[in-house]
Ligand binder design. Structure first.
Ligand SMILES: [Fe+2]
Length: 252
């Protein structure tokens, strides 16, 4: 009788990613559904520091209906918040302010753009449940204006999970990718927290080298207790580690 030794399944942790630069976070206090106050923001940043993150981009939501944040107001909040941080964090970490823009019918009316620190990449999102009718045109318009759009967490949109095909992936995401819109993976998606549909899209995008960046999209300190137990293979982990290195290039 033949015995087959079952291969032990490896699980990886947040630290295995080697994330030193975070491009997507909701740490700026009191401006969106992320951190509600400076104490929570400090707790998140201390945990980021403990986990080896040294560069952090704050990307508060900008969405006319839910979070009508102007660039000016966010910049004022950011400028007031950073000096309140302990000296260790201020000397050992670098902070940058950008935004996560909701692409809906109001998006075109926003004249101000807060980009990632290279001054070119702009983080965009849409509703998880409803396809944005404007997104194709807006990606093109942003590019005409010399910007590089990055779609946040493509694996989280329910309509893409439904459209996923085992052989072809998600046709619409492929079109965005070919049109030069880059894709950003969420750390927590890797744990399976958003379900099998999300994992299927994520694995397909990883295996086909369609992601460019990775972010925590952290909203609370508590959420960070669920950043480990990554449901990916070691080959996929290598690709995720490359995304972490791509993040670093934005900071010069
Ligand atoms: Fe976000």
């Amino acid at each position: 009788m033949l015995f087959f030794k079952k291969k032990k399944k490896e699980t990886f942790s947040f630290m295995d990613i080697g994330l030193t630069a975070d491009v997507h976070s909701h740490i700026l206090p009191g401006v969106d559904d992320g951190s509600p106050n400076p104490e929570e923001s400090l707790a998140i940043l201390e945990e980021c520091h403990r986990r080896g993150v040294r560069n952090v981009i704050f990307t508060p939501h900008v969405a006319r209906a839910m979070f009508p944040n102007s660039a000016e107001a966010l910049q004022a909040r950011f400028a007031a918040f950073i000096p309140t941080l302990p000296e260790t964090l201020r000397t050992e970490m670098r902070f940058h302010l950008a935004s996560e823009y909701m692409v809906d019918e109001f998006f075109v009316t926003s004249p101000d753009r807060l980009c990632w620190p290279d001054g070119q990449h702009i983080l965009i999102e849409m509703s998880y449940y409803e396809r944005s009718r404007e997104i194709r045109d807006e990606i093109f318009q942003l590019q005409l204006n010399g910007l590089k759009p990055v779609l946040a967490h493509p694996e989280r949109y329910v309509f893409y999970q439904k459209a996923y095909d085992k052989k072809k992936g998600v046709a619409e995401l492929e079109q965005f990718f070919e049109a030069g819109c880059q894709l950003q993976l969420n750390v927590m998606s890797l744990t399976g927290a958003y379900g099998e549909g999300s994992m299927a899209v994520l694995r397909w995008l990883l295996d086909h080298d369609m992601y460019s960046f990775i972010g925590t999209d952290v909203h609370s300190r508590r959420q960070m207790d669920h950043f480990d137990g990554l449901q990916i293979t070691s080959a996929q982990l290598e690709k995720v580690r490359q995304l972490a290195r791509n993040n670093e290039t934005l900071f010069g």
